[in-house]
Design a protein around this ligand. Structure first.
Ligand SMILES: Cc1ncc(COP(=O)(O)O)c(C=O)c1O
Length: 294
């Protein structure tokens, strides 16, 4: 085998690649394979999606030549219409399918577009711990500064019996907001704890966002996976939050089909338009057949 290495007299890699090269999923997937152990790190079901979902996918791919060609950059029209109609009822706001929705390559690309489009060098982004791993490197790549605030046991020192026993301290969270804060990232239901934020908790976060004129990036990929009577509430549905919330969803998580990588962002058109700018200069659009099916 012949190995070629380009020796450059100047720096090869862009600075934004530095400090973000390690990835927990890459590392653990390799470790699991090397030691032949069950990989509990990377979250995907080991069963097939429901039959109706599989059948819809087959129907989509045999649905004629258009199913195999490009569709619209910001989302296949029937999908953006369905998303808008469906979530309008939940958010309590008339969602415009062309202005307020962006279909992405999974929720991951939605997050990427959000940080790229909305966070500038020197901006602070509050991240609630524990958090899904990509928030931190994505903030770092745009030159932002991650500011962490932990979920803590409801009663300090007491046993944590359920995910609901992990809470944010209102005072502690308030202390993290500064004039440089541009956004807060929340994840409900939370990965890895499973915590489903209650309306009062979301209201407390919303009040701070409004007070400090801060955006809320709300990762809601597990919105349909709630148990024991817990109800998922969208922070975008609270008064004054539609205009400043970026709600991120995932078809892969919803339909047990993570490999399709269909995600979306629902937000006010004045925010979505900047995310579209990143999207059109990045992947441009997402696979048609997976969108038809979703
Ligand atoms: C909290 C959270 N957000 C986003 C994602 C990415 O979702 P997708 O597979 O739709 O890109 C995941 C995937 O595990 C996740 O757990």
């Amino acid at each position: 085998m012949c190995l070629f290495q380009i020796i450059m007299s100047r720096r090869l890699n862009a600075r934004r690649t530095e400090g973000v090269d390690k990835n927990v999923w890459v590392e653990f997937t390799k470790l699991a394979a090397d030691y032949k152990v069950v990989n509990l790190g990377h979250g995907f079901p080991d069963f097939s999606p429901p039959k109706f979902v599989q059948e819809a996918f087959c129907k989509a791919v045999s649905g004629g030549p258009q199913m195999h060609q490009y569709t619209q950059a910001f989302g296949h029209p029937p999908l953006v219409k369905s998303l808008a109609k469906f979530f309008s009822r939940i958010v309590g706001h008339e969602i415009d399918p062309l202005e307020d929705v962006l279909v992405t390559v999974g929720a991951y690309q939605a997050l990427f577009c959000a940080f790229q489009a909305l966070i500038d060098e020197g901006n602070e982004v509050i991240i609630v711990e524990p958090f899904f791993n990509c928030y931190q490197p994505m903030v770092k790549m745009v030159g932002g500064k991650a500011v962490y605030v932990p979920l803590r046991p409801k009663v300090e020192g007491s046993a944590v019996l359920s995910s609901g026993d992990w809470v944010l301290s209102a005072e502690e969270l308030a202390s993290k907001f500064t004039p440089r804060t541009k956004a807060i990232v929340i994840n409900t239901p939370n990965n890895p704890l499973g915590k489903v934020y209650k309306t009062e908790e979301l209201q407390m976060i919303a009040d701070l966002c409004i007070k400090h004129d801060v955006l809320c990036i709300s990762d809601e990929v597990y919105e349909w996976l709630t148990y024991d009577g817990n109800k998922h509430v969208k922070i975008a549905s609270l008064p004054g939050m539609w205009e400043r919330t970026i709600t991120i969803g995932s078809g892969g998580k919803t339909f047990s089909a993570t490999g399709w990588k269909v995600g979306w962002v629902i937000s006010s058109g004045h925010i979505i338009k900047h995310m579209k700018t990143i999207h059109q200069n990045c992947v441009y659009h997402c696979p048609t057949a997976a969108q038809v099916n979703t």
